[in-house]
Design a binder for this molecule. Structure first.
Ligand code: G3P
Length: 221
């Protein structure tokens, strides 16, 4: 279960640390692997203070050196992050750039999570051989209408198409996942995990929402 902190104020700075600690507790309690995808500015402090994996939300392909404003994969790795999202619908990349980012993360030793907005893109992304592909229909992101409920065929079709191309990539789905049941439905449809954001980050009781989802998922393991 990857919790994407995006740039939500509820998951920035000291609040990012508090939420990461909560999610660390959820992993401990349920045995479900929980990963946080944090803002670049929070990668180092979070990595220092929590044991669950901390991922970036984006990296650029440029190496360390004279590339002002870019996020070098090496720097992300040195900050303690263990992986990164790539090509999120809110931070899309051109195909050639995405391919280079996947290659660079592999060289540096970061886990790559490539997001795909639909079935065809998911299949194309799987051909780049990232570690994880996450299918997220953008029209459902942040709506509270779960992909596993509103568009289950996107998940099943993506799983089938990805598996034709790549037998070992881990497949996640996300967008609108809000209820514990949405998380278990995702697994039922063939996904191996979820990518979730607003339902957890913006919840009044973040621990309860994340814990309920993880508990439901643990029934599948
Ligand atoms: O990266 C996860 C994300 O885009 C889904 O967002 O708020 O619909 O869970 P949300």
């Amino acid at each position: 279960m990857i919790v994407n902190f995006k740039t939500y104020s509820e998951a920035s700075g000291t609040k990012a640390l508090a939420l990461s600690k909560i999610l660390e507790g959820v992993q401990r309690e349920t045995g479900i692997q929980v990963i946080v995808a944090a803002q670049t500015s929070d990668l180092f402090p979070l990595s220092q203070h929590v044991e669950i994996p901390v991922y970036a939300q984006h990296v650029d392909p440029q190496p360390q050196g004279g590339h002002t404003g870019h996020i070098a994969p090496e720097a992300v790795k040195e900050s303690g992050a263990r992986g990164t999202l790539l090509n999120h619908s809110e931070r899309r990349l051109e195909l050639a750039t995405l391919e280079e980012c996947v290659r660079r993360t592999g060289v540096v030793g970061l886990t790559s999570v490539v997001c795909a907005n639909n079935v065809a893109t998911a299949a194309a992304c799987a051909a780049f051989e990232p570690d994880i592909v996450a299918v997220e229909p953008p029209e459902l992101i942040g709506t509270g209408r779960a992909v596993s409920k509103a568009k289950p065929e996107v998940v099943t079709d993506a799983v089938a198409r990805i598996r034709d191309i790549n037998k070992k990539v881990v497949i996640l789905c996300g967008a609108g996942i809000s209820e514990a049941h949405d998380a278990s439905s995702a697994l039922n449809l063939g996904a191996q995990g979820i990518l979730v954001s607003s339902a957890v980050v913006k919840a009044t009781d973040q621990r309860k929402v994340a814990l309920d989802m993880a508990r439901e998922m643990s029934r599948f393991t």
